[in-house]
Design a protein. Structure first.
Length: 430
């Protein structure tokens, strides 16, 4: 385990009570991969934004649950009762992790995309959704009726654009926005946008998939109506995600899936559950995924955010400084180099398609990065074209502009960062 000293001290702690915080290990930290020439090198995983590795405590929690694994909400046997208790405890743990209100629904889903589509099915009739073109496709595509806003030049413009657009819409309305961009890592002004939404009688959904692995989320303090995030980005790659938020819309909507568990009675007329959690979790749920997600929440909370954020900021600053020092490498950014961000950076390399760069980094240096448009085609196209990067055209299946993305998290080391910088220097000098 890596050890950092916590900078956060409780008011009632004495110096003798202040202990070092332990950052949990990730599985695969010792993975060896083949590179050109037949050598094996340690893997430099810089692709956390796509899927983060599994935390050791998460794996342990799943292993502990397996011997007594059984059905949930359906059996009187000991194993079924224990599994049900673990599943419902996971719901409470995830709720607390997100800072949810006591009466918020916590609906387990497959991932952020599934959670977003679930909410899209729960919208009151005639709802208009307002969404920026900077969003992940999961936030762009599910809505039956939407208004799309151009990428804002600065955070204040995002607030003003949302303000003007929401003011012009009659009837139910929903503002959808990311907390942290999956392309640039930049943090969005979600508290200000929530305030604007509520001023116009709208609700807000925040895509927190790239936020919760890096920063503490407090839904209540931010006054958010709904948040969605995925376990596989939160060090719990067992196929679970979550939609958290106000109960009324999900409670009044048709069940997302129709089947066992969602129904109270089938005796002539069907009577669906009023409680939105069982109402939208028909069938046997992903119990192990929920347990894994809760274990990741517990592990991050126990570690404390201060040591995690400090180490991330140190590494991402080193990475960005290294990229800036290489001629021909350009970082993509919406709001400039000084805007706060999480551990994600995307960039282009003069004269080389993103796919080629990613393949060379893997084959010759044992580095894993993502290339393409990151399920955010309009946004990546905007960033690349704004920079006049003709060299970035191509590299995707459709032949359009693409980029390389490096992302960090628990388990990322300085050596990984330095290896990437050195590899790019070698590549651009060929």
């Amino acid at each position: 385990m890596t050890i950092f000293k916590s900078a956060h001290v409780q008011a009632d702690e004495t110096p003798a009570a202040i202990e070092e915080r332990r950052v949990p290990a990730v599985l695969g930290a010792d993975l060896k991969v083949p590179v050109k020439g037949g050598r094996l090198v340690s893997y430099a995983n810089l692709d956390y934004a796509a899927s983060a590795p599994c935390l050791a405590p998460v794996s342990a929690a799943v292993a502990a649950a397996l011997p007594a694994y059984s059905s949930v909400h359906r059996g009187a046997g000991y194993a079924s009762q224990l599994t049900t208790a673990r599943y419902e405890q996971a719901r409470h743990t995830v709720s607390a992790f997100a800072g949810a209100r006591p009466d918020d629904a916590v609906i387990f889903t497959r991932n952020t995309t599934d959670a977003t589509n679930l909410l899209a099915r729960c919208l009151p009739e005639g709802t208009t959704t307002v969404v920026f073109d900077t969003e992940h496709h999961a936030s762009l595509l599910p809505w039956p009726r939407s208004v799309r806003l151009a990428p804002p030049a600065f955070p204040g413009e995002a607030v003003r654009a949302a303000d003007a657009t929401l003011a012009a819409i009659d009837g139910p309305k929903l503002l959808v926005v990311t907390a942290a961009s999956n392309v640039t890592g930049e943090l969005w002004p979600i508290a200000a946008l929530a305030h604007i939404a509520h001023r116009h009688g709208a609700r807000i959904l925040v895509d927190a998939a790239q936020f919760v692995p890096h920063r503490r989320l407090n839904l209540t303090a931010l006054d958010l109506d709904y948040v969605a995030f995925s376990g596989h980005k939160l060090y719990a790659p067992f196929g679970a995600g979550v939609l958290i938020g106000r109960r009324d819309w999900p409670a009044e909507a048709e069940p997302y899936l129709k089947g066992g568990g969602a129904v109270r009675s089938v005796a002539g007329a069907v009577e669906w559950h009023d409680d939105p959690e069982p109402r939208h979790e028909a069938g046997t749920p992903n119990v192990l995924g929920a347990i894994a997600l809760a274990a990741a929440c517990d592990a991050l909370t126990a570690t404390g955010w201060t040591p995690l954020v400090r180490e991330e900021e140190r590494l991402i600053a080193r990475l960005r400084a290294g990229l800036a020092s290489i001629e021909g490498v350009r970082e993509l950014s919406l709001w400039g180099k000084d805007h706060p961000r999480v551990g994600i950076v995307s960039f282009t390399v003069d004269g080389r398609p993103a796919r080629e760069v990613a393949e060379v980094l893997s084959a010759e240096y044992g580095i894993g990065v993502r290339d393409g448009k990151f399920c955010a085609h309009p946004f990546v196209r905007h960033l690349v074209e704004r920079g006049g990067d003709e060299h970035a055209d191509g590299g995707c299946e459709d032949g359009t502009a693409s980029a390389v993305r490096a992302s960090i998290g628990i388990g990322t080391t300085q050596e990984h960062v330095d290896r990437l910088i050195g590899a790019l220097r070698d590549l651009t000098s060929r």
